[in-house]
Ligand binder design. Structure first.
Ligand code: IPD
Length: 264
């Protein structure tokens, strides 16, 4: 059974998802008719952001927000903050590629305590609460148990054209490609983290993203028995914007691969 906070977060996310499902249908038509999808995306982002903030504020008044669309919204409760990305994987959404998510995390006194990541097209709801495990549509999930890096499937986020750290990313892809079975660039860091939690990907690496892209995913991975780390050292990925997520056995092997790439 879901806890009260997961229940209210789920209700808000499902309500916001209905508008996204409608807009996705419109976008899919737009792709066919070759019109510009940009307006739908902006409006969809803002609508989802607004619904989530309104619905969550009704049931948890006073909590602060940090969202991709509105930035910091101060609350009267100093201990609680929702971190929201209304659409993580915006480029995929724009192109009617069904790999994007609404992602919401709750922090208490600076610690991640509840998380939801929802793909409204596949109807996959990933949820986690600190100490309570991670779930996909209410079924317990766990990170993959592979121990040999040579057997792994990895999500690596390729930077956009002109993005930061392009030479480093090329070096990382090159080193990883020599060690893992396969690499996937998904376009949604939040969903890639959920896939690590579900044992679909053995690892994910992503650079230069924001706290709202990774907050829910971090808790999902931890509660599924996995680890998240900064790929370059001991810092907090929420602060550096760079994240590596995998299981305990593979963590040193991925860290080693990524450090070799930095030396190139
Ligand atoms: C993006 C996704 C993507 C990452 C980009 C982010 P958005 O978030 O997380 O995986 O590679 O850097 O901007 O913009 O779709 O919310």
């Amino acid at each position: 059974m879901s806890s009260p906070v997961i229940t209210v977060m789920t209700a808000a996310v499902r309500k916001a998802a209905r508008t996204l499902q409608r807009d996705y249908g419109e976008l899919a038509n737009l792709q066919v008719s070759q019109k510009a999808p940009g307006d739908y995306v902006t409006i969809a982002d803002q609508k989802v952001d607004k619904i989530l903030r309104e619905e969550l504020a009704k049931v948890r008044p006073g909590y602060a927000f940090l969202t991709e669309e509105t930035g910091v919204v101060a609350g009267t409760d100093p201990d609680h903050r929702f971190i929201i990305d209304p659409i993580d994987g915006t480029m995929n959404f724009m192109h009617a590629v069904p790999f994007f998510a609404i992602t919401v995390a709750l922090e208490r006194k600076g610690e991640l305590v509840a998380a939801l990541t929802y793909n409204p097209i596949t109807d996959e709801m990933y949820s986690a609460e600190k100490g309570g495990g991670a779930f996909l549509n209410n079924k317990r999930i766990r990170v993959a148990q592979r121990r040999d890096i040579h057997d792994t499937l990895v999500s690596y986020e390729v930077p956009h054209r002109g993005g930061k750290d392009l030479p480093l990313s090329r070096a990382e892809i090159s080193v990883l490609q020599a060690r893992v079975v396969g690499i996937r660039g998904t376009g949604s860091a939040a969903l890639s983290l959920a896939y690590v939690a579900a044992g679909r990907f053995d690892a994910m690496v992503c650079r230069n993203i924001k706290p709202w892209d990774m907050a829910a995913g971090i808790l999902l991975v931890r509660e599924a028995g996995g680890f998240v780390a900064d790929p370059d050292g001991e810092k907090n990925p929420m602060e550096t914007g760079n994240i590596l997520a995998t299981n305990a056995d593979l963590l040193p092997h991925f860290k080693d691969a990524l450090s070799k790439a930095r030396e190139q």
